[in-house]
Write a protein that binds this ligand. Structure first.
Ligand code: CA
Ligand code: ZN
Length: 298
């Protein structure tokens, strides 16, 4: 079955107490309409960050209750398409990212999007639409949609795009999946604080996976498998991502742990997703074809 979830049906926190806006079955197609990370409050260059209603920032469309998803399962979200609207916005300034101390105020910039190009002054840059926020409800408490974690959330990982499969551990019945914060384009690190923030639509197929156990999110995209972890420091996030990949592969092969570590060293890559959200996000990737030759699939 196909479901359409309007952007008005949104949350700004991931929580087991959020009321589901739709109930879907495993294998259903779900289209999420999304606002941008400022809830579309910045429409012109005159709209300033200072005058935003910050309670509306980082909305995620949902949550979607997936029938049959139980704590300990995994949700697989296949991203069939990410469509972005014709205008994006960027913001930077005081305290945002590694260059934040150079600025005294906040700045916004409108970036038009035409024919799959983001128009940045005279530069026409190919868009690569991605999903910044995708997550499920934590076991208890609430997590702001601007914060990443084991539940997913604001991972700002540019591989969460068309063709990707995103795997999220389920903590509560139904999972309560929500997503938003599309970027027409974003580099690793998101160093100024935003990508080209844009409203749009994400077409997904959602499946319940009873055969997988995960502690943190994983993503498959562009021929690679990524373990994704968020923590207070990059050191901790990297360690967690590498450990997750290690456990994932170890439990599926006969390889010794020494050999697997060596293999990690020659074909695995440690990468940074973002360094600007309240927690930072790192990922460790392995080529899918190497894993498949070891008999590992996901
Ligand atoms: Ca984000
Ligand atoms: Zn964003």
């Amino acid at each position: 079955m196909r479901h359409f979830v309007e952007a008005q049906k949104r949350v700004v926190v991931f929580s087991p107490d959020n009321t589901p806006v739709v109930f879907v079955d495993t294998g259903d197609e779900v289209v999420f309409e999304t606002l941008d990370c400022f809830s579309n409050q910045i429409r012109t260059c005159e709209d300033r960050l200072e005058s935003l209603d910050w309670n509306q920032v980082n909305p995620a469309t949902g949550p979607v209750f997936v029938n049959g998803a139980e704590p300990g399962d995994v949700l697989e979200v296949q991203i069939l398409d990410v469509k972005v609207r014709e205008q994006g916005v960027m913001a930077t300034g005081k305290g945002l990212g590694p260059l934040g101390e150079r600025f005294e105020a906040y700045y916004t910039k409108i970036v038009k999007i035409e024919n799959s190009k983001a128009i940045f002054n005279d530069l026409e840059l190919n868009v690569e639409p991605m999903v910044g926020v995708i997550g499920v409800a934590p076991k208890e408490g609430t997590i702001n949609c601007g914060t990443p974690g084991s539940h997913g959330g604001n991972m700002d990982t540019r591989y969460i795009k068309k063709g990707a499969r995103v795997f999220l551990p389920v903590f509560v019945k139904g999972g309560l999946l929500a997503l938003g914060d599309l970027h027409a384009l974003m580099g690793d690190g998101e160093v100024c604080g935003t990508g080209v923030e844009v409203a749009g639509e994400v077409v997904t197929v959602i499946k319940v996976r009873k055969d997988l156990k995960l502690r943190n999110p994983m993503v498959v995209c562009d021929g690679k498998v990524f373990a994704i972890a968020s923590a207070k420091t990059l050191d901790e996030a990297v360690k967690e991502a590498v450990c997750d990949m290690f456990e994932f592969v170890m439990s599926r092969t006969n390889m010794s742990s020494e050999e697997l570590v060596m293999l990690f060293r020659i074909v695995g890559n440690t990468e940074i997703s973002q360094v600007v959200d309240p927690l930072v996000t790192a990922r460790f990737s392995m080529p899918m074809d190497v894993l498949e030759r070891l008999g590992v699939s996901i």
